[in-house]
Ligand binder design. Structure first.
Ligand code: ZN
Length: 412
């Protein structure tokens, strides 16, 4: 499958639906399975793009909603596109903005942790917050989180914004729901997402034709359907075979409500229905144990803000589990965060030093912790990829999970 500089080749099949392959984009290749770090506003917070490259990052994902509001998609277009603007020479990805505009003020995470009886299911609003987004059949009207100004995203506007930003892989505008929406609401959301997917294909074709001098951008459709098997399978069948203006989707994202218990089931339902030869991206998932679940159910790429976000609150990964380096036991721990890690932070600094930086509120704390966490996840996915190629995936997974989260890593 080769289209204007974009292609996907599967090189090795592993256990279940697992596979290793290569995505080729106009800005370079992505060897899959691959973890794609998130630079929401065209920067992975506190870390240079050159450092991300040295950590093994093959691609970066930025957020269309944030870049639309600031500095503006037209400005990024004028700068020569996202890759040039942020000095990241490799492949880039943007998500459609759908999740961000729909979760404004809703507090998805908080809501999901709440008692389901305390709020109206189809109008979930976090405690003491106004709902900042309103959905209709045409699109979403929302209030900027920056200055309160009103904006509107439709499938056409999302495509226009993502074409101006110019990432190699872009996503169709979808309606993201929560596990607490009613079944009837989920059915309506699936219908809207399907109608919006066709409008995205049409607008994408139009923009690709009128901006011929720009590098080709691959468009991925997004599969919703929450926790319902019939809705997920129907959405995957629908978008998997969808064609409009003579084009179809180059790949697919799996989005929406996914909790740990249902993740593997949902991903396998969807990937059983989607065309096998197209790349599959799992949106917003990146916990170590979830990476295994995604990959063995057919996921090729992941993005997640978690490694850098938790790093800034002093939480670090190790092969024995996650711990908070600000805690007292690490004050005099003169050993690396993880002795098995090959990152710059672990090669040069002790837990005690990073602990000190966090306690002293020094900026370098965020940089050193982010370097370590991003390397940990990037390397883990690379190790999974190698295990699929070598045929040792089962042993590799068992070995990792037997050590991970068994106990809190010792201080000494
Ligand atoms: Zn490290």
């Amino acid at each position: 499958m080769e289209k204007n500089g974009f292609s996907f080749e599967i090189s090795h099949a592993g256990r279940g639906l697992a596979r290793a392959g290569v995505i080729t984009t106009p800005h370079g290749v992505i060897q899959t399975p691959c973890f794609i770090p998130v630079g929401t506003k065209a920067t992975v917070k506190s870390v240079l793009p050159e450092t991300m490259k040295s950590l093994g990052s093959q691609a970066l994902l930025a957020n269309a909603y944030h870049l639309y509001l600031q500095p503006g998609a037209d400005l990024i277009d004028e700068a020569g596109g996202l890759s040039t603007f942020m000095n990241w020479p490799g492949p880039t990805v943007t998500d459609s903005g759908g999740f961000q505009v729909l979760s404004l003020g809703v507090g998805f995470k908080k809501v999901l942790a709440m008692d389901a009886t305390t709020f109206r299911a189809d109008d979930v609003v976090a405690h003491k917050k106004d709902r900042l987004a309103h959905v209709d059949d045409e699109g979403v009207t929302f209030k900027s989180h920056i200055d309160g100004s009103m904006h509107r995203f439709t499938p056409e506007i999302s495509m226009q914004v993502q074409h101006q930003i110019g990432a190699d892989i872009i996503f169709a505008f979808d309606e993201c729901t929560t596990l607490h929406n009613t079944r009837k609401y989920q059915e309506g959301a699936i219908e809207r997402t399907s109608a919006w997917a066709i409008r995205c294909l049409d607008e994408h074709k139009k923009l690709t034709d009128t901006r011929k001098e720009k590098p080709y951008q691959a468009l991925f459709g997004v599969i919703q359907g929450a926790q319902y098997e019939d809705l997920r399978r129907a959405a995957a069948k629908d978008l998997g075979s969808m064609s409009s203006s003579g084009i179809s989707f180059d790949g697919f994202g799996i989005g929406g409500a996914l909790d740990k218990d249902s993740l593997g089931r949902i991903v396998s339902w969807v990937n059983q229905e989607l065309p096998e030869d197209k790349p599959k991206h799992l949106l917003g998932i990146g916990a170590p144990e979830d990476l295994f679940t995604g990959i063995e159910n057919g996921i090729d790429t992941f993005d997640c803000v978690t490694p850098s976000r938790i790093a800034r609150t002093s939480s670090v990964y190790t092969f024995e589990g996650r711990f908070n380096i600000s805690n007292a036991p690490y004050r005099r721990a003169f050993k690396p965060i993880d002795a098995n890690c090959d990152c710059y932070t672990c090669a040069n600094y002790s837990r005690a030093y990073v602990h000190h930086l966090f306690r002293a509120k020094e900026i370098l704390a965020a940089t050193l912790a982010t370097i370590h966490n991003e390397r940990f996840i990037l390397r883990l996915v690379d190790q999974i990829r190698q295990a699929i190629i070598d045929g040792t995936y089962g042993d590799m997974k068992a070995d990792f999970l037997s050590r991970y989260s068994i106990r809190r890593p010792g201080a000494h």
